[in-house]
Design a protein around this ligand. Structure first.
Ligand code: BEZ
Ligand code: FE
Length: 295
């Protein structure tokens, strides 16, 4: 391994990895080396450009804190998060598709009853949500755990709303005997992804929008079914076709129906106009666990 050239160095690096014990690790590392070397050759990367890239990645790491993950954000805006998701969760036609989990999920959310007001009194346009969880045949999935979380009318999640002493606009609910879950809250707004760090710099350098279309996040977990981490977007949002993290799918775009004050859904009454959002979530059966080989 001497006198390596730009033509021979890739094979030399690959040959140093031949004793890797884990075959999957070997496959991933070999592909990584091949692709990174090809990228350097294809672009004719200069030393200054290489140093700038190293600096960018260094600052990406330095921007991470226990509550901010700039590397995942980088993966999101490069489309890698949704690509990994697409490969790992190929859903059949009609099943609810996944979208980006995002950084605002919290596991200290309150477990609330059917029909609860999850806004905790924050102001905004009243929103009623009626969800149903079924399997492929339309049969209800009962006792599924449904996490919901969303932003306020200014595009802020509870963690970024000053003076909030408890979680708001988020809850853990359970489907009832008919597979339904219901809550009321306030209409979420579009908001920018965190753009005051290295990812924001890259977005500005490439002239990209940092605005996510408004959305409600949901995560549904039920025994015997694949978990679903998804998002519903209103059909009138101006940012649907420019989502910086590539999470919009047509099947997740839902009409927010406007209603006048008066009778609300499921026997409620309201003295203010409201939006009604209804959606059915279709779960895929969990992949069968491979059993012992027949002898
Ligand atoms: C979100 O929807 O909460 C989100 C997703 C990816 C990056 C930033 C925010
Ligand atoms: Fe979000």
């Amino acid at each position: 391994m001497r006198d390596l050239t730009d033509d021979t160095i890739t094979a030399a690096v690959l040959s140093t990895m031949r004793d890797t014990k884990d075959p999957r690790l070997a496959e991933i590392l070999r592909a990584l080396v091949r692709h990174v070397h090809d990228f350097v050759r294809e672009t004719g990367l200069t030393e200054q450009e290489w140093a700038r890239g190293v600096d960018h990645l260094t600052r990406t790491g330095q921007t991470c804190t226990p509550t901010r993950q700039e590397f995942i954000l980088l993966s999101d805006v490069l489309g890698v998060t949704m690509l990994v998701d697409a490969i790992g969760h190929r859903r059949s036609a009609g099943a609810t598709q996944n979208s980006v989990l995002g950084p605002f999920f919290r596991d200290d959310r309150p477990y609330l009853h059917d029909g609860a007001d999850i806004s905790r009194g924050l102001s905004g346009t009243l929103l009623f949500f009626e969800g149903r969880v079924t399997d492929h045949h339309g049969t209800q999935v009962t006792d599924a755990q449904v996490d919901v979380w969303h932003s306020n009318a200014d595009g802020h999640y509870d963690v970024d709303v000053p003076d909030l002493s408890e979680p708001a606009m988020r809850a853990l609910l359970r489907t009832d005997g008919q597979g339904r879950f219901r809550f009321r809250s306030i209409r979420p707004a579009s908001y920018p992804i965190p753009d005051d760090g290295p990812v924001g710099e890259m977005m500005r350098a490439t002239g990209r929008s940092v605005m996510r279309p408004a959305h409600v996040h949901l995560r549904i977990v039920a025994p015997g079914f694949q978990d679903v981490t998804t998002t519903l977007f209103p059909s009138d949002d101006p940012y649907l076709d420019h989502d910086p993290v590539f999470g919009v799918k047509q099947s997740l775009v839902a009409a927010y129906q406007d209603h006048a004050a008066g009778a609300g859904p499921y026997g409620t009454t309201t003295d203010e106009p409201y939006i009604l959002l209804r959606h059915t979530f279709v779960l895929e059966p969990a992949s069968p666990t491979p059993g012992p080989r027949p002898v």
